[in-house]
Design a protein around this ligand. Structure first.
Ligand SMILES: [Zn+2]
Length: 261
């Protein structure tokens, strides 16, 4: 990847991050994603286009609303920077085109890249809504699973996507039933989405394993620091999402490391 290409994908990621911020804020509040345009959550003043440039405007406005001076949450530029980094990482991991592909072949060659971009976008949005509201919305998981399955089927990977999605959902469902609390049906649907996008039972197993490791580790630390009591539920969606990212980027390497065939 050239520097110019990196900048283009970074900018695309920042714009996607800005869109993710809108969805994270509005979808759980039942507000329209499209209308009205962005407003300051404090004074409701409309945010002008040049004050709404991802990452840059936050720096120029020094993190304050131009109209009322209220501080803008650091979350917004953080999500934009995170998406920018993820999109560049996805581009590095999944080359978007075959060198001499044209027409339909070019589209087919770009499918893994398109699938991974959609996947990381959904994971970021679902993670932050879960952190804010302890909710994993059907309005994200259902279309996400459907979209992931379509992209997998277009690559001739319908069966492994189905097996991985159903398998992951089944495992989490059993845990939900046995553990009674902590995890919910939203996590089952998120697991289905993860399996569908990873289109591989082995990679999905890695994702769940990494998710449980991360969740367990953070849970133990929070308990030890007395930041959370034993009874306070910690949303598990963000850890599933983290495990999914780990599997997306390093899953193949982890599998080869465990089973060097
Ligand atoms: Zn304001």
């Amino acid at each position: 990847m050239t520097v110019a290409e990196g900048l283009v994908f970074g900018a695309l990621g920042a714009v996607l991050g800005s869109f993710a911020n809108v969805i994270i804020y509005r979808l759980p509040r039942e507000e329209s994603i499209v209308f009205p345009g962005s407003r300051c959550p404090h004074c409701r003043a409309s945010i002008r286009a040049w004050d709404n440039v991802p990452l840059l405007s936050f720096v120029f406005l020094r993190g304050r609303c131009r109209a009322c001076g209220a501080p803008i949450s650091l979350r917004y530029p953080l999500v934009e920077a995170l998406m920018a980094a993820l999109v560049v990482a996805v581009r590095l991991r999944f080359s978007g085109s075959a060198p001499d592909a044209a027409g339909l072949h070019a589209v087919t060659a770009a499918l893994p890249l398109i699938s991974a971009l959609l996947f990381v976008f959904l994971l970021v949005v679902i993670t932050f809504i879960d952190l804010d509201h302890r909710l994993i919305l059907n309005r994200l998981t259902y279309p996400g699973i459907a979209g992931g399955f379509l992209v997998a089927a277009a690559q001739g990977r319908a069966s492994p996507a189905l097996i991985a999605g159903l398998g992951a959902a089944g495992i989490i469902l059993v845990i939900v039933i046995v553990s009674r609390g902590g995890m919910g049906l939203g996590d089952v649907k998120l697991a289905a989405l993860i399996g569908t996008f990873l289109t591989s039972p082995a990679l999905t197993a890695v994702a769940l394993f990494l998710g449980f490791m991360a969740g367990g580790l953070v849970g133990v630390v929070l308990l030890a620091l007395r930041l959370r009591g034993r009874k306070d539920p910690i949303p598990f969606g963000p850890f599933l999402a983290l495990g999914a990212l780990g599997a997306l980027f390093w899953g193949d390497a982890i599998i080869r490391w465990y089973w060097p065939i």
